[in-house]
Ligand binder design. Sequence first.
Ligand code: NAI
Length: 418
Amino acid sequence: MAIPHDVKNLSLAKTGVKRIEWARRFMPVVRSIEDRFAREKPLKGVRIGACLHVTTETANLMLALKAGGADVRLCASNPLSTQDDVAAALVKEYGIPTFSVRGEDRKRYYSHIRAALAHLPHITMDDGADLVSELHKEKDSRPVLGGTEETTTGVIRLRSMAEKGILKFPVISVNDADTKHLFDNRYGTGQSTLDGVIRATNTLIAGQVLVVCGYGWCGRGLAERGRGLGANVMVVEVDPIRALQAVMDGFRVEPIAKAAVVGNLFITVTGDINVIRREHFARMKDGVILANSGHFNVEIDIPTLKKMSKAVRLLRDNVEEYILKNGKRIVLLAEGRLVNLAAAEGHPAMVMDMSFANQSLAAEYLVKHGRTLKRQVYPVPKVIDEAIARLKLKTMGVSIDRLTAEQEHYLSSWEMGT
Ligand code: NAI
């Protein structure tokens, strides 16, 4: 049977398979879920529409869902994050309908989302909430059991929909699981963002003034890893508690207006809009490098940067130089899109193992309990979160203690003092 698809080139499939298998080695938790899914088929007959970065790790998630009996369709959650060989392999070698081409324009991007929706999914699986928001623009109301959401920005959008009473079905916030954001956002984004910057530019991080905008889960991972590579890290924040954490973690905290003057390398990871804008471009040093690792390409005001420039030239893959009217040069990486996915390979499989274990088990949970949930955003149940942590520790060969009966009693009582 022909597999519906729109990918760059099916002849890339063989390379894709090798890379998917390489990632698989580092995803023992997802593998163990896949083994159980293959035996128990908890997703039998369930149509899943997934809008995720089409990477080697996502391919392994798709295989786990398929093993569980799901009928999966995949489209990209970002126009620049698709790994074309992986998309080809998913179609040709694994029979999973996939719609994604690296570098696709806006029209094709949304046509791919519509292709995923045309499958009438029972479960939506999003990274950034584009699939759910497109679905909500449709007039017909269809019976969706529920959705899952992978990232901070998507959760913010979905909470806003729930608060306004327009969310049509329950969504589980995978991002809020401890086994997701404490590891994926912090260590995954932290490492892979610098990986993206280094692959794009081959710059030396040591000795640079690295300005990290946003000290959330991603930002703190990035700041820490930047420091590890020898950068002089400066943090920009708007939240007083996060700023205080950055100060006590030993970072210099400055407003962006001040950081703009001294930074060499700026990375935004806030989930916010126009964090770096006209007045900051105007104050920057010649030759500075800007990159973004937040979900959307709106954190750096690129339209204004374009207006301020007399010329733009591509210097290397993912490296564009804007020459301002006064002759100053500002370098922008990966068109301001997630630099870790556009210029590198995204998060390492070892950390996506936990994020995608959450996705798999959240889908199973929705099949079992979706009908009893309200049209709200729900956390991943604690038992699932802890089970994933235990499984991950086991696969890493790490054992931990258990509370004795006496300790359990002590920790749940108040009578005993000094
Ligand atoms: P978070 O909510 O933990 O942190 C965001 C931080 O940015 C907050 O501390 C907030 O106060 C700060 N912020 C907001 N506006 C700001 C401004 N104008 N200036 C300075 N700081 C500002 O979010 P998290 O989990 O760190 O995610 C950040 C972004 O990264 C989101 O868009 C998320 O979806 C995305 N993300 C990207 C990944 C990737 O692979 N590149 C992976 C995971 C998340």
